[in-house]
Design a protein around this ligand. Structure first.
Ligand SMILES: *Cc1c(COP(=O)(O)O)cnc(C)c1O
Length: 359
């Protein structure tokens, strides 16, 4: 192995001390974390250590300029207590695409995968069992040059932390659109899971929540009329029995692993899927004529969530009653069943932890 991982275990595990009703995404973190450092052009010193605070010089570059990227994935408990990962190769590829766009070094596949497998293996007792529960996995990379001038950086840390997550309450989501705020534009960093994309969304999100909505539905940066995506979810519309999702070719939309999985699941069900531009006028027109029969957001955190209201140009468009919708429920059921090993994995998406050693 080119990157052997040094392991320092906790003396006393905290696993099992957290009551099931206290499990809440991001509230508790598992016993261990993974770190590797990059300097002099090479990834070095990969290690698993007890979960702890970072010690950073206040001049650490990423704190000032946001050169920081992340991923979001989950480990699920299988029917025989296995730890199951869902399409980790997709997260790995996206992490490197984000890194490249942000001027950061790529991670070798061996380093990324062995780190995930080793860390989840050591903390596998932190994966909560039961419907909807999982262990959320947060890999991230930050520039660590101790220099507050703006210049290309040379030092980085790659870190992974994990947090037990509870079932997501599938309450229908009310989304608000804006013309005065945009998330991304061609040539920008919309396709990267880069920290700044989320920092800049906080003000619009606050405004949406203050107005009684749950999330922002982002529109394109040029004409402010085409649907792009929701906070941390891609979006799908079913019009005339065709499943439509915004295309990725402008580089303004995060390429979701869930998005790709839903496209494949829908196609396997014989549904026609189109990846193309879709304007809010097209959506609201179809809604008026009862041709819009479903609309949902998809992402790792929430799986598949129905959208009940779209606010556009000062008007609320109430979509068809969620109880009448067939497809979001069917696709969500299949996706969740595959992830947790309850349904045959016909796409070879599920990877048991420890099943693969990357050399
Ligand atoms: C992470 C994310 C998604 C969903 O991606 P998944 O890989 O399906 O979890 C969608 N949009 C944005 C902006 C995201 O950050």
């Amino acid at each position: 192995m080119k990157y052997p991982i040094h392991i320092e275990r906790v003396t006393q595990s905290r696993a099992g001390t957290i009551k099931k009703e206290d499990i809440f995404f991001g509230r508790h973190y598992a016993d261990h974390m993974f770190i590797a450092d990059y300097f002099d052009g090479e990834w070095r010193n990969p290690r698993i250590i007890p979960f702890q605070n970072l010690s950073l010089n206040p001049a650490t570059n990423s704190l000032h300029y946001g050169q920081l990227i992340f991923e979001g994935m989950k480990a699920y408990k299988g029917p025989n207590n296995e730890a199951l990962l869902f399409r980790p190769d997709k997260n790995y590829e996206r992490f490197n695409r984000s890194a490249t766009r942000m001027g950061m070094p790529e991670l070798p596949e061996e380093l990324f995968m062995n780190a995930i497998h080793e860390l989840i293996n050591i903390d596998r007792s932190w994966i909560p069992g039961g419907e909807g529960y999982s262990l959320y996995i947060r890999p991230f990379m930050m520039a660590t040059d101790e220099f507050i001038g703006i210049r290309p950086t040379e030092r980085f840390s790659f870190i992974i932390i994990t947090s037990p997550a509870q079932p997501y309450y599938n309450k229908p989501v009310r989304v608000m659109t804006f013309e005065k705020f945009v998330r991304a534009f061609p040539g920008g960093v919309g396709y990267a899971k880069a920290a700044g994309n989320y920092g800049s969304s906080m003000l619009p999100l606050r405004e949406a929540i203050q107005n009684g909505y749950d999330q922002v539905l982002w529109l394109d940066g040029d004409e402010h009329q085409y649907a792009e995506e929701i906070g941390s979810m891609n979006i799908f519309f079913m019009i005339d029995d065709i499943l439509i999702t915004p295309s990725l070719d402008q580089g303004t939309i995060l390429e979701g692993v869930t998005r790709d999985s839903i496209i494949q699941l829908a196609q396997a069900e014989g549904i026609r899927v189109e990846e193309r531009k879709i304007s809010i006028d097209e959506v609201t027109e179809a809604n008026k004529n009862s041709r819009l029969t479903d609309c949902f957001g998809v992402g790792t955190a929430a799986s598949v969530v129905p959208i009940s209201v779209i606010h556009y140009k000062g008007q609320d468009h109430v979509l068809s009653p969620v109880d009448d919708r067939i497809w979001y429920r069917k696709l969500k059921y299949q996706l969740d069943a595959i992830k947790t090993g309850k349904q045959a994995d016909i796409f070879n998406w599920v990877i048991p932890v420890g099943s693969t050693i990357y050399n």
